[in-house]
Design a binder for this molecule. Structure first.
Ligand SMILES: Nc1ncnc2c1ncn2[C@@H]1O[C@H](COP(=O)(O)OP(=O)(O)O)[C@@H](O)[C@H]1O
Ligand SMILES: O=P(O)(O)O[C@H]1O[C@H](CO)[C@@H](O[C@H]2O[C@H](CO)[C@@H](O)[C@H](O)[C@H]2O)[C@H](O)[C@H]1O
Length: 480
């Protein structure tokens, strides 16, 4: 690529907001500059590693991009094209998203095996790990906040897109849990990091995490949706009129072909085990009641911000505030610890040997400090309970579509029965394996679930507006 890079910056400013992983889609980009640019592979095709400083509403975020540069762009790479720039020796070159080019991403593995350092980009492997190199990488088709590359059937490498200073909690927690001998996380094989610049506090920022690829795994979200589909395909109970009350119950949801409850219970147990190991690795702090009250104040702040931004939330805000107020009024000292922080069915994979938990990065919209903050483990339980609600309601059409009210009520009743059965099973498994009993902490759990639902309203409004009805649909009951 030829300097100056002004035309590249312009191209990137147009391309970024169209990327699933770009966290600032809801705000215009006020300024974009290239923080670091490192050639990881010269020639044609070339691989450039860029850290971009993206200014939006007075805040600057750092994003990582891998750019491929070629004189001729083969058809298969066209979907990733970002644009054309002037070439150093005259003429033009194509710039594209290198994540879709195995010729460029394959060598990342060899760099990790050799622990290379190229400019500020350092490659590391886990202590004692002997990496298999020469594997072809393909971008993962998963719906995700970052970009993952799958190397053969051996490794998955997650390229963190929005960078935060210091070690990423996903790497930090996976390494710590592996050291504890935790069976519910994938093995860490390597990572990439960026040398700290001035003002980074001397700690390298994690750029990528290379983990064991769980080739026998199916993600919990897909498994749950299969079960929900089966459940919705069941004929109505004999004599039942569509919409008639009390026809289908949580117990009936267990008679459907693909019952998920046993898996939900095992997932609850795995979650409790991971919480136990997190406590062993990072410790537990008994926080005073005031700390919980201060967290509730943060929950109220988030509620105000989201209802300001998303008017559909406003009808529920008063009821949500009441639940938060009751939680604050009943506050007492609680044991806080490191938790997952963004726990849902897509963060758990069912493998041949049991459930494995993924992605300990925390919620993408939170600051690095918030992501690392200690919390009550029921926060994760609340996240997963929300996910059962999501799965149950995912197949419901739009806002009820053109269905007559009675049919819509019957559908809602089925969704509720599936969610109730699996929520209860998960909580049972969690408590039986030693986690704090969700039933005994009902007020706290309800407040945490509502807080998560408010977060989801903002997440969906920003990232997937067509999904917004999903969290809204559950607020009526949860806040009532
Ligand atoms: N170790 C793994 N083995 C197999 N698939 C994985 C693994 N880690 C993640 N995945 C798949 O990739 C998806 C996204 O991973 P995740 O870590 O949640 O990424 P993100 O933080 O970008 O959302 C998961 O839902 C799962 O389907
Ligand atoms: O990308 P991440 O996995 O880090 O998490 C973000 O995206 C999730 C969606 O991909 C989002 O989860 C919400 O949708 C799920 C269904 O797709 C559902 O199971 C979750 O319960 C619901 O919160 C998550 O909130 C967000 O942080």
């Amino acid at each position: 690529m030829a300097p100056p890079e002004r035309s590249l910056v312009r191209l990137l400013a147009g391309w970024l907001p169209r990327q699933r992983w770009f966290g600032g889609k809801h705000r215009p980009i006020d300024g974009l500059s290239i923080g670091t640019a490192t050639v990881l592979r010269p020639g044609d095709p070339a691989l450039h590693h860029l850290v971009l400083d993206v200014g939006q509403s007075g805040v600057t975020d750092r994003y990582q991009v891998l750019l491929g540069v070629r004189r001729d762009l083969p058809e298969r790479l066209r979907p990733g094209e970002i644009g054309r720039v002037a070439a150093a020796g005259g003429g033009v070159e194509h710039v594209y998203d290198a994540a879709c080019d195995p010729e460029l991403t394959g060598p990342l593995l060899a760099h990790m095996a050799d622990e290379d350092a190229l400019g500020p980009v350092r490659f590391r492997h886990a202590p004692g790990a002997e990496l298999r190199t020469g594997l072809e990488a393909a971008p993962s088709p998963a719906e995700q906040s970052n970009t993952s590359l799958i190397f053969g059937d051996a490794y998955i490498c997650k390229l963190f897109r929005r960078l935060a200073p210091g070690v990423n909690p996903d790497l930090e927690i996976n390494l710590a849990l592996s050291r504890q001998g935790c069976a519910h996380v994938p093995a860490v094989h390597g990572w990439m990091e960026l040398e700290p610049g001035p003002g980074d506090g001397g700690e390298p920022a994690t750029l990528a995490l290379l983990s064991e690829y769980l080739r026998t795994g199916t993600d919990g979200w897909q498994l749950a949706l299969t079960s929900v589909r089966d459940w919705f395909a069941q004929p109505a109970a004999p004599g039942a009129e569509p919409g008639a009350g009390a026809v289908l119950t949580a117990g009936d949801a267990g008679t459907a072909g693909g019952d998920f409850a046993a898996e939900a219970e095992r997932l609850g147990a795995a979650t409790a085990q991971v919480h136990h190991d997190l406590a062993a690795a990072f410790g537990v702090t008994e926080v005073p009641a005031d700390e919980l009250r201060s967290r509730v104040a943060d929950m109220n702040d988030q509620l105000s911000q989201v209802s300001e931004a998303v008017p559909d939330l406003r009808p529920y805000t008063a009821a949500i505030r009441d639940v938060f107020a009751r939680c604050a009024a009943n506050a007492r000292p609680l044991p806080f610890q490191r938790v997952h922080g963004d726990y849902h069915l897509g963060q758990a994979m069912r493998t041949g040997t049991g459930w494995v938990l993924l992605d300990f990065e925390g919620e993408p919209a939170r600051t690095p400090r918030e992501r690392r903050a200690l919390g009550h483990p029921l926060r994760d339980v609340a996240g997963m309970l929300r996910s059962f609600e999501y799965a149950a309601r995912f197949l419901q059409s739009g806002e009820g579509g053109d269905e007559p009210p009675a049919a819509a009520a019957a559908v809602e009743q089925r969704a509720r029965a599936w969610a109730e059965r699996n929520r209860a099973a998960f909580c049972r498994g969690y408590a039986a394996a030693g986690g704090p009993d969700p039933v005994a902490h009902a007020g706290l759990l309800r407040a945490l679930e509502l807080d998560k639902a408010v977060y989801e309203v903002r997440y969906e409004a920003r990232n997937r507006p067509s999904w917004l009805p999903v969290p809204l649909r559950t607020l009526d009951r949860l806040a009532g």
